[in-house]
Ligand binder design. Structure first.
Ligand code: B12
Ligand code: SF4
Ligand code: SF4
Length: 315
């Protein structure tokens, strides 16, 4: 099995993964933190985070695949420096094609490789973002990074601009050791958040987070305090990652699907005058498509009003 895992990890690198780790612990170690987070109302109106049956499901990976014995966690870098001149900003994770699709494709290719090497039957389930599972906990347990004070999964060489993708499997594979934290006494991310979204280290109140307010909150009006502090961000926010010292050392990715498409260069005028057909053509393949044109325009209008204030710089 050890030589199989070694070749699997090499294959993951060839497919573009930054790291691949394995944990045999099928329960997330911070489950109680998650319960407390929901009970404090920090999930806002993300019902998929707070519904009781989904809360129950997150207790164990076995609720997604009962035969799970090992969880493989892959990290996939999307880090690119910014050279966009528009004052309206899109978060990096959505500059290229929708990661839900291409990271899942890579995981399927990894699974195909597993099946080519192991002849006995085994079960798998591929997970990227949308399942009721605490992905960062399993990433931490599989040793592919630590959880920073900004709640991001972070790696010494790769930084935190990483997508996560999981393969749950009935195979029992040799597991990796969890890594230690390297945040030390740093508080750069907590200090830089313009909307004070961190209630304390490791606890993000989504209701105060620009990412939640620009992308997820499509039911209620954005609170005035957030509207006046968008600092140009109209779809997601990268401030608590931009200031992280570990991201200064991160290598830029060359994965084709993460190549920036046309939308990060859009001007305020272009967004203002955009029609549905144009929105669809520009955003259909991106993770921002489900946010919708109406919400995007509203965000842009709010962000523009406050752009006289100094905004965060992008490295
Ligand atoms: C809901 C959600 C959001 C919400 C809430 C974010 C949050 N921090 O919870 C909102 C909309 C705000 C959001 C924003 C973003 N998201 Co999001 N999101 C998710 C989702 C679907 C669930 C996250 C979750 O379970 N939250 C619940 C809370 C309780 O968990 P948590 O904050 O992660 O906290 C954990 C730890 O910090 C730990 N913990 C808590 N307290 C303590 C205390 C101590 C001492 C310790 C050690 C640990 C600890 O316990 C918690 C439970 O595991 C995941 C995908 C998934 N299925 O997991 C993606 C995911 C976390 N998001 C992702 C991304 C890319 C983003 C953004 C960067 C996008 C952007 N640029 O705008 C931002 C980052 C904001 C931030 N600083 O987290 C990636 C993160 C990859 C990474 N490197 O970590 C994920 C994993 C998706 C993916 N598959 O790639 N997101
Ligand atoms: S994503 Fe932006 S608003 Fe949200 S916690 Fe990080 S810095 Fe604050
Ligand atoms: S900015 Fe500092 S405290 Fe925040 S995640 Fe990075 S190293 Fe940790």
């Amino acid at each position: 099995m050890n030589s199989f895992v070694k070749s699997l990890k090499q294959h993951a690198k060839l497919l573009g993964f930054s790291q691949l780790g394995i944990t045999n612990n099928t329960e997330p170690s911070s489950y109680n933190h998650y319960l407390s987070w929901v009970n404090h109302g920090y999930a806002g109106n993300m019902h998929y985070m707070s519904e009781s049956y989904r809360k129950q499901r997150r207790k164990s990976a076995k609720n997604l695949l009962p035969s799970t014995q090992s969880i493989l966690v892959g990290t996939f870098s999307y880090y690119r420096k910014s050279d966009f001149s528009s004052p309206l900003k899109f978060a990096r994770y959505g500059w290229g094609k929708d990661y839900h699709i291409f990271v899942a494709e890579r995981l399927h290719q990894l699974e195909t490789y597993m099946r080519s090497q192991i002849k006995e039957p085994f079960e798998t389930k591929i997970v990227v973002d949308t399942s009721a599972i605490l992905e960062r906990d399993f990433a931490k347990q599989a040793g592919v990074g630590w959880i920073g004070k900004n709640t991001m999964l972070l790696h010494k060489e790769d930084g935190s601009y990483l997508y996560l993708g999981l393969i749950l499997t009935s195979l029992k594979l040799p597991e990796d050791k969890a890594t230690t934290s390297h945040c030390g006494s740093c508080t750069a991310c907590l200090d830089a958040c313009p909307t004070n979204a961190f209630e304390k280290p490791f606890v993000l109140n989504a209701k105060k987070c620009i990412s939640y307010q620009t992308l997820e909150n499509r039911k209620e009006d954005m609170p005035k305090k957030i509207k006046s502090n968008l600092h140009g961000w109209i779809a997601g926010c990268d401030i608590c990652q931009e200031v992280c010292p570990w991201n200064r050392k991160a290598k830029q990715t060359n994965i084709e699907e993460t190549n920036p498409l046309a939308h990060p260069s859009l001007t305020a005028k272009e967004i203002e005058g955009m029609q549905t057909a144009e929105f669809e053509a520009l955003f259909k393949e991106t993770a921002f498509f489900r946010t919708g044109l109406v919400k995007l325009k509203k965000n842009a209008e709010s962000a523009l009003k406050t752009l006289q204030k100094p905004s965060s710089s992008q490295p």
